[in-house]
Design a protein around this ligand. Structure first.
Ligand SMILES: [Zn+2]
Length: 215
């Protein structure tokens, strides 16, 4: 499944426009009908992302429900991102990359050590960025709320035998994914600092986040 669709929205008319530096977290509340866009500025960068119902953090993005409902393991234009309680959180409305992963999970220091060796213990990971973001956000948000994530711009093809492969990125400079918030949601992004697999091309780079108000 790949549905390349360009957006007609003009970046100069966005209500919000920010750069998230390589390896940094980002957290923001999106109101219903707002349109966020995530841009892979330099290409080959993974944006690990969590979504929550802004009025109930226990109701959060569910990879399992999303995959089952759309009967496909990859996310692209038209994908409806469902919550653990069956609510539609956001819809992907444009995508110039074509495929996004939601099976691979986020990197953590623990999984890095298992996969890449004990010497990676001190390397920064997405899970720490998520914890930092939600801790600073407050409102009762905490570590235990961090569950399923989406890896925007990340390529994790599944072989006919069912094997997950962390492949080189399908993304490139300036490619983006754009969504529409269907209810009020909190979005948390870890601009992935991973240096041990090709998800960032071994070189983490900035992403850009724009948000448009409904017209
Ligand atoms: Zn990561």
């Amino acid at each position: 499944m790949s549905a390349l669709v360009e957006s007609r929205l003009n970046p100069s008319l966005a209500a919000y426009d920010a750069i998230v530096p390589a390896g940094e977290p980002w957290i923001h509340e999106l109101r219903r009908s707002q349109i966020p866009r995530i841009v892979d500025v330099e290409g080959n960068q993974a944006a690990d992302t969590l979504f929550y119902n802004a009025h109930d953090y226990a109701d959060r993005y569910s990879a399992q429900d999303t995959i089952r409902a759309q009967r496909n393991i990859y996310l692209t234009t038209g994908s409806e991102l469902l919550s653990s309680q069956g609510h539609l959180l956001l819809t992907i409305v444009a995508d110039t990359c074509g495929r996004h992963d939601t099976l691979g999970g986020a990197c953590a220091t623990e999984s890095n050590m298992v996969r890449y060796g004990l010497e990676t213990r001190h390397m920064h990971a997405c899970r720490q960025s998520f914890v930092k973001a939600v801790s600073e956000w407050g409102h009762g948000f905490e570590k235990r709320d961090i569950t399923h994530n989406i890896n925007f711009f990340m390529n994790v093809p599944v072989t006919p035998q069912g094997t997950l492969t962390f492949a080189d990125g399908v993304s490139g400079p300036g490619k983006y994914v754009e969504l529409r918030a269907e209810i009020d949601v909190v979005a948390v992004i870890s601009n992935c600092p991973q240096l041990n697999n090709p998800c960032n091309g071994y070189n983490p780079t900035p992403i850009r986040v724009l948000i448009w108000d409904p017209s």
